[in-house]
Write a new protein. Sequence first.
Length: 185
Amino acid sequence: MFATLLLAACSQPPRDAVVPEPRQYILDEVSTDARGIRKVATFDAQVLVLSLHSYGGVMGDRFSAYAPLDLAVAWGDAARADVHSQVSISQSGRFYHWRAGPEAWQDPRVRDFGRHSANWHLVPANDDIAAELKAIRRNDVVRITGHLVDIDAPDGTRYRTSRTRGDQGAGACEIILVSDIGPVA
């Protein structure tokens, strides 16, 4: 039933993406820029966009000055159409949530969905990247290159990126300073 509802809500049919796990390399030396952004690792990923949520304008929060867009993404088996079509995705409050019906839990790839999907907070490196981020749509397969970052905002608020892909819950989101983005052929 959930798969039927999800398929009916999509503007495009589910896409079967075969994408590898995101790659990162921790930096030996880090520095903080004038906005309080500290690069902690290089980052490169090809992912399927499951959902997106904008936090700009009236939907903004304090963090939206840095990351106006969150993406719920999948890679590996979670990006396969026969897997993600069994899962319902929602986003709110800087979190993403997924659920599947009882019959879907018979599939071990669905049970493992949370280890191959994530909610990413995207920080555009410049205005051109910000414009490209606005063009992303659900079911797009995109390549995102940049850095995982921690942020120490001038008001004293601290935002920390996850440094692993398999974590879940509060603090598990990646904060990515996006320097390049594009479609995957």
